[in-house]
Design a protein around this ligand. Structure first.
Ligand SMILES: [Mg+2]
Length: 405
């Protein structure tokens, strides 16, 4: 077949849809062109549109469209959902008309183009857009993102979530529950013993074969955290997570020095600059950056490199949807120091057109489809668009004062 006047994209389209396709490019649906996958590396491609979707469960999705019909998806922070969705649309002025494949360049431009930088909302906006741009880039080249980042660095990714014989998942996480959450600045022996007894019962139930992390959720005050850490140590938690709020890293670092069990944190830390302080002060060993608001795949790859220099592993935070999980798994498959994926056994059938490769032996197989490696079902997603959850406040049951949750 002679194709001297056709570029690779046009030639592929002609193979799939016949010569008429060459004269009706705009008529192709995004879904059909995504299925077409690779365009030539030298073909031009431009961003044409950014759209955002806020779901009733507060998950926020961003979709980036291109003039090649290839689309990319990403996710953002679920707090301040409407602000994140609106903020991502403001990036249109910069991004529309540009080549989406200059992902690291765009990260720099979006981050440094803002006079007021960082923080959860700004970084969530750049995170969601970054995921979508990586998704597009992988689809353009016909490879999963981890291959663009030098991977795969492993054959499969260990996950934690629901312990199960069927999936082989043998790692889980719990909170410090007793008859209530230990909110008080200094909890007495009754509360400390309740939390310890519950954890001890779990250890007895699951034995030594199951790794059990415990997440204080930043809701525990430093003196109580110190008491609980000491009491729980004999039952060998996998890690202590967010033992206190991460706003004063020195306090967390003091607690880290008092225990031989690894501390974990990161879901409320943003960008490489936030994680620099955690690493330098040894405030936590296990880093849990969130790909939806620590800066996207581009930034998490850098954070992982910084962590590697401190012998720190990465366990990506993931309380959200399929883009969050897929982007985290693409990162996991491209770094050497991945530990385990939070909620890596979630399947998201209510948002995906194609099931994820099933978890077996406690591990999720690599996502090998181009881009993030998932196919969002836009009809299913749009059916869930609506008002996000309202702000949540928690109160002490004894005196009604506001507490962390
Ligand atoms: Mg947590």
């Amino acid at each position: 077949m002679s194709i001297p006047t056709l570029n690779r994209r046009e030639w592929l389209q002609s193979l799939f849809y016949g010569p008429a396709a060459l004269f009706s490019l705009e008529a192709f649906s995004a879904k059909r062109c995504d299925a077409l996958a690779a365009i030539g590396p030298n073909d031009n491609i431009k961003v044409t549109r950014i759209e955002t979707f806020v779901l009733t469960n507060s998950w926020v999705f961003v979709k980036i469209s291109t003039d090649a019909g290839v689309t990319g998806w990403g996710e953002m922070l679920k707090d301040d959902a409407k602000a994140c969705a609106a903020g991502a649309l403001e990036v249109s002025d910069y991004l529309v008309g540009k080549d989406p494949r200059r992902v690291a360049f765009h990260w720099q431009a979006i981050h440094r183009g803002a006079f007021y930088r960082g923080g959860p909302i700004k970084t969530a906006i750049s995170s969601g857009i970054d995921q979508a741009l990586w998704d597009i880039t992988g689809k353009c080249y016909g490879v999963p993102v981890h291959k663009l980042l030098g991977g795969p660095t492993r054959d499969r990714c260990r996950v934690y979530g629901t312990v199960s014989e069927k999936t082989g998942v043998n790692a889980m996480k719990v909170g410090p529950r007793g008859s209530r959450v230990p909110f008080k600045y200094v909890e007495g022996p009754k509360m400390v013993e309740e939390v310890t007894e519950r954890f001890a019962a779990l250890r007895a139930k699951f034995g030594k074969e199951v790794d059990i992390g415990i997440d204080f959720h930043g809701a525990v005050q430093p003196p109580t955290a110190s008491l609980l850490i000491k009491a729980l140590e004999p039952y060998h938690p996998f890690f202590f997570e967010e033992v206190v709020q991460a706003l004063n890293v020195d306090v967390m670092a003091e607690l880290a020095k008092k225990t031989h069990i690894p501390l974990a944190t990161g879901e409320r830390i943003f960008t490489k600059w936030g994680f620099r302080e955690i690493l330098e002060k040894r405030a936590a060993l296990i880093l849990q950056p969130d790909v939806c608001y620590a800066g996207g795949i581009t930034e998490l790859k850098i954070i992982a490199g910084m962590a590697e220099a401190y012998y720190s592993p990465i366990a990506p935070h993931n309380p959200q949807g399929p883009c969050s999980l897929a982007a985290s798994l693409q990162l996991a498959a491209s770094i050497p120091n991945f530990l385990i994926q939070e909620r890596g056994d979630n399947e998201h059938p209510d948002l995906l057109a194609k099931p994820l490769p099933p978890v077996t032996g406690g591990h999720r197989p690599l996502l090998t489809d181009p881009g993030l490696g998932i196919t969002i079902d836009e009809d299913k997603l749009k059916a869930q668009v609506g008002e996000p959850k309202p702000y949540r406040a928690a109160y002490d049951t004894d005196d009604g004062s506001v507490v962390d949750w």
